[in-house]
Design a protein around this ligand. Structure first.
Ligand SMILES: Cc1cc2nc3c(=O)[nH]c(=O)nc-3n(C[C@H](O)[C@H](O)[C@H](O)COP(=O)(O)OP(=O)(O)OC[C@H]3O[C@@H](n4cnc5c(N)ncnc54)[C@H](O)[C@@H]3O)c2cc1C
Length: 410
């Protein structure tokens, strides 16, 4: 990606070149409205830099997210890395309740698409180069000054400062940029971590995604595309911090043994495990998502529990709506970075965000409760879900695929 630009004045500066920030920049470029966009990213941009954390996460993309990548022209290159979810198997360890959700029940080809995050970041990054959007690597914001007409950012970069009409904050959970603006987040440190790793399987996963709730936290196994002909699945194992730290220390053989013990054999024998990484589960929601000339998106705005795979899908719906709202305001000759316009965006996203945030906060707590009354209730619920097609359909439109039914075909 190019980082050479003498320009210091932009329409929109996006801080954070993760999937959400890059998608936002590309959505603007795609509008062909001549937006002058700049992306600032803390990473160096050098591939395989061992000093930087590798994004080892894998995402279950909803069909809305898939369609967004299609609209950005990225899906044809991405799709060979996307594994289709044909069914979802939800269970409660040690109890009878279990639910199976099938794509056929919702009359769709797939309930979602599983893809490794680094594939998406690479595809978005290459597209950014083609769209000639500049990116300053190894750059963070050292100070932000908000004015009536614009925002000025001081950078620890060869370019000392840049200014823009609108600042889009997309630098992830625990956003440094939001903190510099004095924007507080309501944090909920669950004292848990999610361990992620790719697991080699002895038999094909048949497109089944498993979500298994255990006393100590949820365990998801998502179907991945095969590697050199060998079937693989992506593990997301959420547990108390101490337990994850211990699991990280195990050698591969003991780790696979512990996983097989916890998960059982419904996906066959686990043959191997790839690189393990873990992510703290600090869920947070920003107390302000917009200000005059500022908008927060992605994990900076709402950092959700990974259960049910909703965080990125929600954030992509947000940026799609934001880009559209900005374009409309500009076409109408309005100040697109004014509170008035940004408030319209916030209001339009309120209900979807409220429902998804509530759902992801509720589910882990529901399954963590070991009281017999709760166990009976949720097992009855899971069994009912398995038996009743209409209820199952409603769950599917809101559950792991994470999209309200009204936005299914966007
Ligand atoms: C284990 C796990 C599994 C998940 N699975 C799913 C799933 O299946 N489906 C789903 O929808 N969601 C899932 N999520 C959530 C999803 O990963 C996040 O919602 C999504 O990655 C958020 O993207 P982001 O771009 O907002 O943040 P990030 O991915 O954190 O990107 C932020 C970017 O900003 C950069 N940055 C940081 N600080 C600065 C700074 N000061 N200045 C400039 N740049 C900075 C970072 O280097 C990074 O590139 C999962 C999350 C976890 C932890």
């Amino acid at each position: 990606m190019s980082d050479a630009t003498e320009q210091t004045q932009f329409d929109i500066v996006v801080v954070g070149g993760g999937i959400v920030g890059l998608s936002m920049a590309l959505l603007l470029a795609q509008q062909e409205m001549g937006w002058r966009v700049l992306v600032l990213e803390a990473r160096s941009g050098h591939p395989n830099n061992d000093n930087e954390p590798f994004d080892a996460r894998t995402t279950a993309l909803s069909s809305h997210s898939r369609n967004l990548f299609e609209a950005l022209g990225l899906w044809p290159a991405m799709q060979k890395y996307a594994s289709h979810i044909h069914s979802i198997h939800v269970s409660d360890r040690g109890h009878v309740g279990m639910a199976r959700l099938h794509a056929a029940d919702a009359s769709v080809d797939a309930l979602g698409f599983v893809m490794e995050n680094h594939i998406m970041v690479d595809a978005l990054g290459q597209s950014l180069v083609r769209a000639k959007i500049p990116i300053f690597w190894s750059t963070t914001v050292s100070a932000v000054t908000l004015g009536i007409d614009g925002v000025t950012l001081n950078l620890g970069h060869k370019q000392p400062h840049v200014s823009a009409k609108l600042l889009v904050v997309a630098d992830g959970g625990a956003s440094e940029t939001a903190a510099k603006l004095g924007i507080h987040t309501a944090n909920d440190d669950l004292e848990q971590k999610a361990l992620v790793a790719n697991i080699g399987l002895a038999k094909t996963h048949a497109g089944i995604a498993y979500e298994r709730f255990t006393a100590a936290g949820p365990l998801a196994l998502l179907p991945l595309t095969a590697c050199a002909g060998s079937p693989r699945a992506a593990l997301v194992w959420t547990q108390a911090t101490a337990r994850i730290d211990a699991l990280m220390q195990l050698d591969d053989v003991d780790f696979i043994g512990a996983l097989q013990e916890e998960f059982g054999y419904r996906c066959g024998v686990f043959k191997s495990v790839g690189m393990r990484a873990c992510y703290p589960i600090n869920t947070s929601v920003a107390e302000e998502q917009i200000r005059h000339r500022v908008v927060l998106v992605g994990n900076s705005a709402h950092h959700l529990h990974p259960v049910a795979g909703q965080g990125l899908n929600l954030a992509l719906r947000d940026v799609a709506s934001l880009a559209e709202r900005l374009a409309r305001a500009r076409t109408e000759g309005l100040d697109y970075a004014s509170v008035k316009v940004l408030e319209q965006y916030r209001k339009s996203r309120f209900e979807d965000q409220r429902r998804v945030i509530g759902f992801t906060q509720h589910v882990p707590k529901l399954f963590a409760n070991r009281s017999p009354v709760w166990i009976t209730g949720r097992n009855t619920g899971l069994l009912a879900l398995d038996l009743m097609a209409p209820m199952r359909r409603r769950f599917m439109h809101f559950g792991m695929v994470g999209q309200p039914s009204s936005e299914r075909h966007v």
